[in-house]
Write a protein that binds this ligand. Structure first.
Ligand SMILES: C[S@@+](CC[C@H](N)C(=O)[O-])C[C@H]1O[C@@H](n2cnc3c(N)ncnc32)[C@H](O)[C@@H]1O
Ligand code: SF4
Length: 394
C-alpha cells in the first residue's frame, strides 16, 4: 500500500441553475422553486455553510496543502465575484494553497458578462470551464440551453479580455438532430476560439431526467461512430491530445483537478451533495481511505448549519476488497493507463491475483500493454464497465 499521502484537492459545489436542462442529472436546482431568484441567491448563508462544512472536514486534512480547487455545479457563475473573493480567502486561512494552485470555476455563457469575469479573476480563479455544449441554434434549443451560440462565443472573448489564459470548453455530441457534419462544425467553431482544453461528452440519457422519461430522437448508431471517429481525428490534428475518455488538452494544459481524481488522489468535497475522499492514518496506526458525502438538497443543506448532525449525509471506509474497483474506475479512464507499480501501491492487490484478472481482460481484448503498464484498449474504453467488472471480481 502507498506509504505517503496523495495530493489533496478541494471540490466546492454550487447547486443552483437558471433552468434545469432536460438531460442533466447533476445536483442542480432551479432556485425559483425554493423562494429565490437566480440573481438573488442566499449567498451569505451559503458562504457561512460552506466554511462550517469545511471546518468539520479539517480534522482529516489538517496541515495538508491544497493543490487544486474546482468550483462546479449547478452554475457557479450565478454567484458573485465578492462571494468567491471571501470564500477563497477564508479557505486559504484554514488550509494553505500550494504554489501555482489551479482554481477552476464552471460558467454558463447565459449568466456571464465582462465585469463578472474580471471579478472572478481578481478573486484568484485562474481557470474557467465554459458549458457551451453546441453552437447550433437547433441543438441548443433541443438541449434547453439558456444561451445562443453567439453568446457562447462572446463569453470566451470576454473571459480572455478579463485575463483568463486557461479556458476549457464543454461540448456535447450525439445530440438530437445532429449530423456528423454539424458535430464537426461545433468542434471547428470551438477550435477557432483557441481554448486550452476541450471536454467532448457523448450525450447520455440519464435516469431521473426529462430526456429519460421523454427520450428525444438521437442519431443512429452508425452516425454516432462516425462522429466519434471524425471528431477524435479533428481534435488530434488541431493539437488536442485525448488524455481521458472525454478530455482533450493542448500541451501541458490537462485539468490538474480531474487528473487528481483519475490518479486516485484525495479531495475534500464541500457544498450540497459534494463527495470527498480522504486517506489518513487512524488512531491505531492503520491506513484508511474514507469517503463522505454531504446533504444533497440545497434547502436541507443550509438548514444543517443549525443542526448538531452537521452536513455529512453519509460516510464509508473503503474496504480492502473494494480498492481494485475504486482505483480502476478512475485510472482506466486515462488513455495512458497506469503502471503496475502504481496499481499495486494503491490497491494492495498481490500481483499474482492481479495478473490473473488482467490476463482475462487482455484475452477479451479490453486491456493492453501488459505487464509493465495497464491501459484500456480502444474496445475497453468503449466497454469500461465490462472491463471494471472483470478486474474487481471476488
Ligand atoms: C455540471 S455541468 C457544468 C456546466 C454548466 N452547468 C453548464 O451547463 O453550463 C458539466 C458538463 O457535463 C456535461 N453533461 C451534463 N449532462 C450530460 C449528459 N447527460 N450527457 C453528456 N454530458 C453531460 C455538459 O457538457 C456540462 O457542461
Ligand atoms: S446548466 Fe449545467 S448543471 Fe445546470 S442543469 Fe444545465 S447542464 Fe446541468
Amino acid at each position: 500500500m502507498a506509504d505517503t499521502l496523495p495530493p489533496l484537492s478541494l471540490y466546492i459545489h454550487t447547486p443552483w441553475c437558471v433552468r434545469k436542462c432536460p438531460y442533466c442529472d447533476f445536483n442542480s436546482h432551479e432556485p425559483g422553486t425554493h423562494g429565490f431568484t437566480p440573481r438573488d441567491l442566499p449567498e451569505s448563508a451559503y458562504l457561512k455553510a460552506l466554511l462550517q462544512d469545511l471546518d468539520s472536514d479539517l480534522v482529516l486534512a489538517a496541515g495538508r496543502e491544497i493543490q487544486t480547487i474546482f468550483i462546479g455545479g449547478g452554475t457557479p457563475s450565478l454567484l458573485s465575484p465578492a462571494f468567491y473573493d471571501r470564500l477563497l480567502s477564508e479557505i486559504e486561512a484554514r488550509l494553505p494553497f500550494a504554489n501555482g494552485i489551479e482554481i477552476t470555476l464552471e460558467a454558463n455563457p447565459g449568466t456571464t458578462e465582462q465585469a463578472r469575469f474580471i471579478g472572478y479573476r481578481n478573486a484568484g480563479i485562474n481557470r474557467l470551464s465554459l458549458g457551451i455544449q453546441s453552437f447550433q441554434p437547433d441543438q441548443l434549443h433541443a438541449l434547453g440551453r439558456i444561451h445562443s451560440g453567439d453568446e457562447a462565443i462572446t463569453a470566451v472573448a470576454q473571459a480572455r479580455q478579463a485575463g483568463f489564459t486557461n479556458i476549457n470548453i464543454d461540448l456535447m455530441h450525439g445530440l438530437p438532430g445532429q449530423t456528423p457534419q454539424l458535430a464537426m462544425d461545433d468542434i471547428a467553431q470551438a477550435l477557432s476560439l483557441a481554448p486550452e482544453h476541450l471536454s467532448w461528452y457523448q450525450l447520455t440519457l440519464e435516469p431521473n431526467t426529462a430526456f429519460h422519461s421523454h427520450p428525444p430522437t438521437l442519431p443512429e448508431e452508425e452516425a454516432l461512430w462516425d462522429i466519434q471517429d471524425s471528431g477524435h481525428q479533428l481534435l488530434e490534428k488541431a493539437g488536442f491530445k485525448r488524455y481521458e475518455i472525454s478530455a482533450y488538452a493542448t500541451t501541458n494544459q490537462q485539468s490538474r483537478h480531474n487528473l487528481n481524481y483519475w490518479q486516485f488522489g484525495d479531495y475534500l468535497g464541500i457544498g450540497a451533495g459534494a463527495h470527498g475522499k480522504l486517506s489518513h492514518i487512524d488512531q491505531n496506526g492503520e491506513w484508511r481511505i474514507e469517503r463522505r458525502w454531504k446533504t444533497r438538497q440545497p434547502d436541507a443543506y443550509l438548514k444543517r448549519m443549525d443542526d448538531l448532525r452537521g452536513f455529512i449525509a453519509g460516510k464509508q471506509v473503503i474496504k480492502a476488497y473494494e480498492l481494485p474497483l475504486e482505483f480502476a474506475m478512475n485510472a482506466l479512464r486515462l488513455i495512458e493507463g497506469v503502471t503496475l507499480e502504481t496499481w499495486k501501491a494503491n490497491t494492495g492487490l498481490s500481483s499474482d491475483m492481479l495478473l490473473m484478472r488482467l490476463q482475462t481482460a487482455e484475452k477479451k481484448g479490453l486491456l493492453m500493454q501488459m505487464p509493465e503498464k495497464l491501459r484500456a484498449s480502444p474496445q475497453g474504453l468503449l466497454f469500461l464497465n465490462e472491463l471494471l467488472a472483470l478486474i474487481s471480481e471476488d
